[in-house]
Design a protein around this ligand. Structure first.
Ligand code: HEC
Length: 314
């Protein structure tokens, strides 16, 4: 046996098997059992300890035996250990137990008296390996009956419903951070208190290091004055936060970490800071932003383009 499973195969195999059983039988939801219940590590360590103790004891007793044996006995033992698998004593014993077959020489003892024109019948035992398998199916049947028919285990339909419910929860979870349909085209300045509070939370978490808690500025520019390097319109602020500032200035694109609808909230919060008085304001940088809506822009431009046509006409 040892020849086919040397210690460096046997020990890791048993440890893996034990660990597998622990993971299989301990109900720990999505996490591995040893993450959820670190106490299990003690159990596994104990198992490894016992396993190694057994190995050490076995190999020690073997070497003691070796020393007590005469050279002939030792040689005999070595010979037995190195026989091919089918000749090994334990293997022969195991096969005899599993098959209970009679060798041809012994057939006389199980012969029945039937004789049909010289064809005789033997009274063989059922092969035990087959009978054991049959017992296993009986035990399985009893457990199955108990679990699903007496104690109300989930049938396939219930399992499916549970899986669907779980998947739906996961979808909700995914939606929280997934990119949404908001783009710079439909960004608007949110003024609802709840949105601004959500924006402030994002700001406090990501932006204070460079823009200060109150927006007064630091590494990044002051966000409370109405001067903007990259534009003070809500769409400009949205783009700055989502795509980052000018190269090498230190304002990274945040779109990888913050989803568009949240960028809209933090952009609105930043815009709402304009006009507040921070503790240590940084000097204003960039151009003064004049709030004009795109509607007024087009109405201003419209007469300007129309006028020349009128002049030509008149
Ligand atoms: C690592 C430092 C740093 C962090 C963190 C940071 N910024 Fe900036 N931010 C800057 C710098 C530097 C600039 C100037 C960029 C430039 O000059 O192009 C800037 C520019 C800006 C601007 C444009 C200002 C203007 O005058 O046009 C806005 C708006 C802004 N940041 C918002 C934010 C928000 C919101 C966050 C958090 C999600 C954030 N920043 C996080 C460094 C940072």
């Amino acid at each position: 046996m040892k020849k086919y499973f040397p210690v460096y195969v046997r020990v890791p195999l048993l440890i893996a098997l034990f660990y597998g059983l622990v993971e299989y039988f301990v109900d720990s939801g999505d996490q591995p059992a040893i993450v959820k219940f670190p106490e299990l590590l003690i159990l596994i360590a104990l198992f490894v300890f016992v396993l190694i103790a057994i190995e050490i004891t076995a190999s020690a007793s073997k070497s003691i035996m070796n020393q007590l044996m005469s050279p002939e006995e030792r040689a005999e033992r070595e010979r037995l250990e190195n026989l091919p698998l089918s000749e090994q004593v334990w293997f022969k014993k195991m096969m005899a137990k599993l098959t209970k077959s009679k060798s041809i020489e012994d057939e006389k003892s199980i012969e029945l008296d039937h004789d049909y024109d010289g064809i005789k019948e033997l009274d063989n035992d059922l092969p035990p390996w087959w009978v054991y398998l049959f017992y296993v199916t009986i035990i399985f049947g009893v457990i199955y009956l108990g679990k699903y028919h007496l104690f109300g285990g989930d049938n396939q339909l219930v399992e499916l419903e549970k899986d669907i419910a779980k998947a739906e929860l996961e979808i909700e979870e995914y939606k929280k951070t997934a990119p949404d349909l908001l783009t710079v085209e439909n960004v608007v300045y949110l003024t609802e208190a709840a949105d601004l509070a959500a924006g402030k939370a994002i700001y406090d978490q990501n932006c204070v290091a460079c823009h200060a808690v109150d927006g007064g500025g630091g590494i990044g520019p002051n966000l409370t004055d109405n001067h903007w390097i990259l534009g003070g319109d809500i769409k400009d602020i949205f783009t700055t936060i989502s795509e980052g500032g000018r190269d090498g200035k230190g304002m990274v694109p945040w779109k990888a970490q913050i989803k568009p609808s949240d960028i809209q909230k933090v952009a609105s919060y930043v815009k709402s800071l304009v006009g507040t008085t921070p503790a240590n304001p940084k000097a204003a940088e960039g151009d003064l932003h004049v709030e004009d809506t795109s509607v007024t822009e087009t109405t201003e431009e419209a007469p300007a383009t129309e006028q020349p046509t009128e002049e030509i006409a008149s």
